[in-house]
Design a binder for this molecule. Sequence first.
Ligand code: G3P
Ligand code: MG
Length: 470
Amino acid sequence: MGALSLRLFTRPGVVGCRSLSRSSTVATAALINKRSPSLLRPPPPSLVATRGLKDETFSKEASTLGKRWIRPDAPSPSEWEAPSFAFAFDIDGVLLHEREPLEGAAQVLALLDHYHIPFILLTNGGGKFERDRVAELNQKLHSNMTTDNFCQSHTPFQELLPEYADKTILVTGSDYEKCRQIMQGYGFRSVVTPGDIFTAKPEVFPFETVGKEMGKPLPKPLWTPPKVVEGETVKGKVLSAEEAEKEEEEKRLGEHLKIDAMFVLNDPRDWALDVQVFMDLLQSKQGYVGTYSEENNRGNWQGDGQPKLFFSNSDLIWAAKYHLPRFGQGAFQHALVGIWKEVTEGKAELKRTSFGKPHRETYEYAEEMLVRHREEWLKSKGYPQKVVRQGLKRVYMVGDNPESDIAGANDYDGKGKYGTEWVSLLVETGVYNELRMNFKEGDVRKADVVRKNVAEAIKWALMNEGWKVE
Ligand code: G3P
Ligand code: MG
């Protein structure tokens, strides 16, 4: 298909096909409303087969679905019925390649907007304020999204505010300052970067750093072992150097910088500095920068109140403009895990938490966002409360990465508090490569459906919802 012309929803016998210009969509919408439920047909058996769901489930769905599909061109809102399905779109490799919109992406979002089909964008990308990223995307995709239907990899970090809002956290990513501002924007009050620690004590990293920007002053000084005099007498007792240091520590450690948690917001740039600072803290005494916990010597790694470690996603690769997939934040995580393995002689697994797709916490967060957005958005379009309350039954996750988008949707399918069905749609415009990623039946990374691009994917989904697509 050359320049994308989505010929949609025309009823058999309706003359001609239409490209997706605004005027034609209105006309098409009018056509849709006149569509009689008889035109509706249950989804193709292939879906029933792949999802192994009982046949009658679907036919029941499809048969009821039609009646609910009265579009906004119907005379009075009381007749309107809300779509019980919605979309969750991945960004890189589905809608964009870095900053370049992919074919059909803008049209697809315009179409869903026109037919009042809710959607959210669910990306493992990050490193920008949600509002800035949304503005950028709206400009590129001519869409009118808001932060209500946009979830990036670190958006769910806000769930950790109760625990860390008043603690001191360390953050890293592509731009230290931006990462600090994003976390402060969420409500984390004391945010430090590896750049701050390096600026305060360059000896921490005896090499050139990638970033040259100066760090900000630290909220507290960095601990430096006291120069103690061997045989010093304290309270009449002569102390060994070690005892004297311990004494000093007990007295003064609390006055120094303590990190309670560490967050990676997006793909770090200064891996070497970040790895050094993260590893120091993972071996520290309760998160005090510049200390080393004796518990490590007893093999009790991460057993002395070291800071918790959070990654916003674990994508090893992602689809950028280059013709081969590029390393993502997951590569940094694996590098850190590899060094940890060396340091601990493989005796301890690095305890850490990853957010982002495919992790369930992110799908729970995204589903909650989608349910909330759908209700607000449909009400703003004039749908009566009682109609909107009929709820969301099915979400189509459109992604390019089997490891994150697809595995996450398949794993989360029907497991959320709403029991919503998640259907995984894989597009071939991103990291997916049939030769390298040929997953067997039952493999959580195996998509329910594979389509060439995002336009073909939503056509398939609309057909599955009983819409006639030509
Ligand atoms: O760094 C972003 C990348 O990991 C993937 O982003 O939009 O494909 O989830 P996305
Ligand atoms: Mg992607």
